[in-house]
Write a new protein. Structure first.
Length: 117
């Protein structure tokens, strides 16, 4: 019975148009899939570039904050902040407050720094 079943299987010819149609459909499907994957890949690459840019920006901010932190521990910084932010004075210092700077430089304002010779 087994030999009979295999004997009944025959090669069948597939018409050329069917073969071409199936191949065309396969190529079309893979082209659409490839196009979709390329779009997603370009979006992911753009997201990665944006992430790298943000990381670099944050690293610069961290470096700036670290330098400010190192500076904040010095006595000079503390004294400068006390003077500028809170108006403190050291012994023997006198505060001058200019209420009308136009008197000093006129209506045009403070002069620009003179150019170097």
């Amino acid at each position: 019975m087994s030999a009979r079943r295999f004997g009944s299987l025959r090669y069948r010819q597939v018409p050329g148009i069917v073969l071409v149609t199936v191949l065309f459909i396969i190529v079309a499907v893979f082209t659409v899939i490839n196009s979709s994957l390329n779009r997603e890949l370009s979006l992911l690459k753009e997201t990665a570039r944006e992430g790298e840019r943000l990381v670099a920006q944050k690293e610069r901010q961290v470096a700036t904050l670290r330098s400010e932190l190192a500076l904040a521990g010095t006595d000079e910084f503390i004294a400068s902040e006390a003077r500028t932010r809170y108006g403190y004075l050291s012994d023997g210092e006198i505060r001058f407050v200019i209420t009308n700077p136009e008197v000093l430089w006129g209506e045009e304002g403070m002069p620009e720094a003179s150019p170097a010779p």
